[in-house]
Write a protein that binds this ligand. Structure first.
Ligand code: TIU
Length: 245
């Protein structure tokens, strides 16, 4: 059984039991003032626009039995998984590991590293901790998806041109079909948002498909999807995958 979702460059066939909603890095460090995003010189208020549509889409996915998978970019407190090339980027006074308004910037376990309350993971939803921009780099995401029979990713989160794009490119090369939800991905730069979405769907969908949350939520509400994948990806407590040694 499948649902057809209006999308560009062509309709997306969402297959029952094969899709997961991926929520990329909706962390306080990227969305609130005083975190990593701001330390890089960005106006973080721009990302707030995606919160309301994303809340609605997450609710629709949960109601339809589509598993919701969250990612968080961040590093160990000793920074052993943060390459110097990444550490030394940005404004010298405020870098990864330095103390910001919400704790040490982009460090696991800190308040700023965690996901904003509005889209907080429910108990049992997968949380992938990743040291890089892509969700597949030094994580167990690929194996977990394959084990659960997931082949399609409905991609949301921040930022469009960095972690969302990197993750979509990684997923695309691994054979996953990606539908990027235009009003549920956000960028600090309006032009990167526009071009980032165009790049996904150009050339006949070279990296994937693009739709919007209203269209996608309406489509998935038309059917009650199988709960098989939900249970395959659920456990008693949230699972957190660290980057590999
Ligand atoms: N700087 C920027 O746009 N993004 C990141 O550093 N990480 C993510 O996109 N999550």
């Amino acid at each position: 059984m499948s649902i057809t979702v209006a999308a560009e460059p062509s309709p997306f066939r969402l297959v029952d039991g094969k899709a997961a909603l991926l929520v990329v890095d909706m962390q306080r460090d990227f969305l609130l003032p005083g975190g990593f995003g701001e330390s890089l010189g960005n106006d973080v208020t721009r990302l707030g626009d995606i919160v309301a549509p994303l809340v609605g889409l997450v609710a629709a996915a949960r109601a339809a039995g589509i598993p919701v998978i969250h990612t968080r970019e961040g590093h160990r407190p000793d920074l052993s998984d943060c390459p110097p090339a990444k550490l030394n980027r940005g404004v010298p006074e405020k870098r990864i590991g330095d103390v910001g308004r919400y704790g040490r910037i982009l460090i696991r376990g800190e308040y700023g590293h965690d996901i904003i309350d509005e889209v907080a993971p429910l108990p049992g939803e997968l949380v992938i901790d990743k040291p890089g921009k892509g969700a597949f780099y030094r994580t167990n995401l690929e194996g977990t998806l394959l084990a659960a029979g997931i082949t399609q990713l409905l991609v949301t989160g921040v930022t469009t041109e960095v972690c969302v794009h990197t993750t979509v490119r990684e997923a695309n090369d691994r054979g996953f079909e990606c539908l990027v939800v235009s009003d549920c991905v956000g960028s600090y730069f309006p032009e990167f948002q526009r071009v980032g979405l165009e790049m996904i769907k150009a050339q006949g969908g070279i990296l994937g498909w693009v739709s919007d949350s209203v269209t996608l939520a309406a489509a998935i509400k038309t059917k009650t999807l199988s709960t098989a994948t939900t249970s395959a990806l659920s456990c008693a407590r949230p699972r957190r995958f660290q980057g590999a040694e």
